[in-house]
Ligand binder design. Structure first.
Ligand code: IMP
Length: 190
């Protein structure tokens, strides 16, 4: 079965190709000559994931899936949430976003947060969603240099290292995206 992953992120594409059986041929947006930005106009991760997958399905009538991720900080009422990529403004860097979070949490004791990913899969027009989340806390400063995004300031519960210190294999096993992808794969390989 041909399945479009509504992303051009090479890392995410490779990750998925490695774990899906060869019943599935995974295509990227570039593979279907889609070069626009997919809009993300909603206030929830679930709606944005749906919006992205239906955007492709409605135009190409091809089975597809899309993911959306957010960092949810309890004391900030779930911010940055759907705005995780652009928390410090359009075209901001990962550094800008981390600075904004650290600034907002200055002197704050409750540093509980989680990463949450939702994958929206559309098969023959029917939508299925898969959620993965990892609980943790925001540190007071960056630790570690691996990964991307908020990794240097996020430490998952029950671990002594941040995502930015963690071996990538371990991160993929316990991470929000890893867990959501695992559910997707179990469903597809059934
Ligand atoms: P996306 O929906 O996968 O593009 O993720 C949105 C934003 O969330 C990214 O731009 C990152 O800032 C952040 N993010 C997503 N996944 C991770 C992660 O595994 N570690 C750190 N930050 C992440």
């Amino acid at each position: 079965m041909k399945l479009v992953f509504a992303t051009n992120n090479k890392h995410k594409l490779e990750e998925i190709k490695q774990v899906l059986s060869d019943k599935f041929e995974i295509l990227s947006l570039a593979d279907i000559s889609f070069n626009e930005e997919i809009p993300e106009t909603h206030e929830t991760i679930e709606e944005n994931a749906s919006e992205k997958s239906f955007y492709i399905f409605d135009r190409y009538k091809i089975n597809c899936f899309a993911d959306d991720t957010g960092l949810e900080i309890d004391v900030l009422n779930g911010e940055p949430g759907v705005y995780s990529a652009r928390y410090a403004g359009e075209n901001c860097s990962f550094e800008d976003n981390m600075n904004k979070v650290l600034e907002k949490l200055k002197g704050v004791e409750n540093r509980k947060a989680r990463f949450r990913t939702v994958i929206s899969l559309i098969i023959e027009g029917e939508e299925y969603q898969f959620e993965g989340k990892v609980e943790g806390e925001i540190l007071t400063e960056r630790v570690g240099v691996e990964g991307f995004g908020y990794d240097p300031i996020f430490r998952p519960i029950a671990y002594n290292e941040t995502f930015a210190e963690m071996d990538i294999k371990l991160k993929n096993e316990i991470s929000h995206r890893g867990l959501a992808v695992k559910k997707l794969i179990e469903f597809l390989n059934k």
